[in-house]
Design a protein around this ligand. Structure first.
Ligand code: ZN
Length: 275
């Protein structure tokens, strides 16, 4: 435990520069709005605004308390190694202390707070708030689907693969973004009863894909002798493209569900009256 805390404090500042690349965020926000059902048709006029502002949360990381909203290193907590994750923040704080819980990342709770505020903004029919919160929600949901936003070894710094975070989510995604197509909405939309559980579920799922990305990075390096060349990125894409399709489309699906649930929980206000 003490060793883990020590590692955490050494590596934490690096998180300030890391997130899904902008292209990944744009795809997720766009697909989510496009997949909304007919009854939310009017929401689609805000697609371009939401896509453009889906990266705003990254651009304000210098503001106190923002940077830790973009990740949670769930394998820092000892429960992870017995197959569970504590969802309740107060319970975690009681066990580990406020500063540890905060520095380990607060992405799930930041996502749910943004969701709750979006419900309220729909109720108030406040257009500015709806647009800002829908954009921020797009950001946090996307981050929760990036496997390396859920793990202590988030930049390969603990496995001799430093820089993997940016190589995967920015350099590779920018090169191959045109191949990442919208696979559409997977399930019909329902109002989710427990947003925190919903968010933790996809974070835990994201975390399970980390080994694929780490192993692809080693594979590509082994066969190209480089972590910078076009051949390296070709192999990295070859070995991770199915996971990447999955994560981008799962993120846009989850975001559609949260938009729909927020609007439905607010009593399905007439979107034309939101101004
Ligand atoms: Zn981010």
């Amino acid at each position: 435990m003490t060793k883990k805390i020590f590692i955490l404090f050494i590596i934490l500042p690096l998180t300030l520069i890391l997130s899904w690349g902008r292209e990944g965020h744009f795809l997720i926000a766009r697909y989510a709005v496009q997949n909304l059902p007919k009854e939310m048709e009017y929401f689609k006029q805000w697609e371009d605004y939401i896509v453009k502002h889906s990266i705003d949360a990254d651009n304000r990381k210098e503001i106190d308390g923002e940077d830790v909203k973009h990740f949670i290193d769930i394998d820092f907590y000892e429960e992870y190694f017995s197959g569970s994750v504590i969802h309740d923040k107060n319970q975690l704080v009681k066990k580990y202390g406020d500063s540890i819980v905060n520095s380990t990342g607060v992405l799930p709770w930041a996502t749910v707070t943004t969701y709750d505020n979006l419900v309220q903004a729909f109720k108030e029919k406040n257009r500015d708030k709806v647009l800002i919160l829908a954009s921020d929600l797009a950001h946090y949901v996307a981050d929760g689907h990036q496997p390396m936003h859920t793990i202590l070894n988030y930049d390969g710094q603990l496995s001799g693969q430093k820089g993997i975070h940016k190589r995967y989510e920015t350099e590779m995604v920018e090169r191959y973004k045109d191949e990442i197509v919208n696979s559409g909405l997977k399930d019909s939309l329902n109002i989710i009863s427990n947003p925190l559980e919903f968010v933790f579920n996809y974070i835990i799922e994201s975390n399970s894909y980390d080994p694929v990305i780490f192993s692809a990075d080693n594979f590509a390096y082994q066969y190209t002798g480089s972590r910078k060349s076009e051949d390296y990125y070709k192999l990295l894409w070859f070995k991770t493209k199915h996971v990447t399709f999955n994560r981008i489309n799962a993120a846009s699906n989850a975001l559609s569900v949260l938009y729909y649930s927020a609007w439905a929980s607010a009593g399905k206000p007439n979107l034309k009256e939101i101004n």
